[in-house]
Design a protein around this ligand. Structure first.
Ligand code: SF4
Length: 369
């Protein structure tokens, strides 16, 4: 049963130095052609939307669309999806795109959640990583969201940026404590190949932060958010009360979803498909009536473990055995070592990472497969 709908908007006004997502800077004509293709693809899959529980418009930067293009997209979604069944409808936005008109448009179309790409409140670091907003923009955006009917929001933060000082991290945490957003995604910087930041580091124009300091920052964030009643429920995600990201939980619980747009992935009927990663190929295919995402290898038993162990509650071993006919540590004997060294814990029917194991989870999982 397909429960999630993801729609990819690949446009950004500026390219951040660390980013390796599927995104581009484009003029109005390309944006219009792309949205026209999206509307056609949305309609093509419309008989899959009956059981949708979540919709997520991500990017790129969806808020970089003009209000009229965004209105066309939201209107189309509302006309195709039984919205009253949808429990969460999120859009990603950059702080400098949040205006009264933008918020009004979201309210008119009944969106329930905004995910705001803050990253840091340090104007120095924002400039270093190539973001277009300032701390003032963030504060103004939050005032507008607080005054709106949008019931929930997430703030995206990042730590471990080159040259990030303890004072700067402390200021970010103080900002979060003061504003107490319902949900926080706090990512550790990952230096990706072929990014401007990686190029600058390789050419010694910039120095990556020391690994031990990054680990110290990570523990500081975790402890501070815990003291402020945030529940860490996934490697990088924290919620107050029950403000969990329902859409992301679909991914981590290996539920079925459909992705619309350039480079968007879908997963249903025990298979995974990905749309063309090049915008011109995507648009041309859709306008020619070709709906032909590429099937990617998909090992359900492995994915269930990989995605499920991202959550602090881990996976149900009973459910694993029911779905795949075998216990996870029998199928993957490498898990045994980490059950013995305490990085993994098995209690009742749950298998999950210990606090230390969660911090080393990438390494542990890489070793297994
Ligand atoms: S705004 Fe987001 S998607 Fe766009 S370049 Fe920056 S990090 Fe990448």
């Amino acid at each position: 049963m397909i429960k999630g709908l993801y729609i990819h908007i690949p446009f950004c006004d500026k390219i951040c130095t660390y980013c390796d997502f599927a995104k581009l800077v484009a003029n109005d004509e390309w944006k219009e052609r792309y949205i026209n293709a999206l509307l056609i693809e949305l309609e093509h899959y419309s008989d899959h939307y009956e059981h949708l529980e979540t919709i997520y418009i991500g990017g790129g930067t969806p808020s970089s669309l003009s209000l009229s293009l965004l209105d066309q997209l939201l209107t189309k979604i509302e006309s195709l999806v039984p919205i009253t069944n949808v429990k969460e409808w999120t859009i990603e936005a950059n702080p400098d795109d949040i205006s009264e008109d933008f918020i009004t448009l979201l309210e008119q179309h009944h969106l329930t959640r905004i995910s705001l790409g803050v990253q840091t409140t340090s104007d120095r670091l924002l400039q270093l990583i190539g973001r277009g907003h300032t701390k003032q923009d963030i504060k103004r955006a939050l005032r507008l969201i607080d005054a709106s009917k949008i019931s929930s929001y997430n703030l995206d933060f990042i730590y471990g940026l080159p040259t990030q000082t303890k004072d700067e991290l402390e200021a970010d945490l103080a900002f979060l404590i003061l504003n107490t957003p319902p949900h926080i995604s706090y990512y550790s910087l990952i230096l990706e190949e072929n990014t401007k930041m990686q190029f600058e580091i390789t050419n010694e124009r910039l120095e990556a932060l020391d690994e031990d300091l990054v680990a110290e920052y990570g523990e500081w964030i975790e402890d501070t958010l815990k003291e402020c009643n945030y529940h860490k429920y996934e490697i990088s995600n924290y919620a107050r009360g029950n403000a969990f990201s329902k859409h992301n939980l679909l991914y981590w619980n290996l539920e079925e979803y459909i992705g619309i747009g350039m480079a968007a992935a879908s997963q249903f009927d025990n298979a995974r498909f990905v749309n063309p990663r090049k915008i011109s190929t995507y648009i041309n295919q859709i306008h020619s009536g070709i709906f032909d995402p590429i099937e990617e290898p998909f090992d359900e038993a492995m994915e269930f473990l990989l995605m499920g162990l991202r959550k602090t509650e881990g996976i149900s071993t009973l459910e694993y055995r029911k779905r795949f006919g075998i216990l996870p540590w029998i199928r993957y004997p490498g898990l045994q070592k980490h059950l013995e060294n305490g990085l993994l814990i098995q209690k009742k029917d749950r298998l999950y990472f210990s606090t230390k194991g969660m911090r080393l989870s990438n390494q542990v999982l890489l070793e297994l497969f």
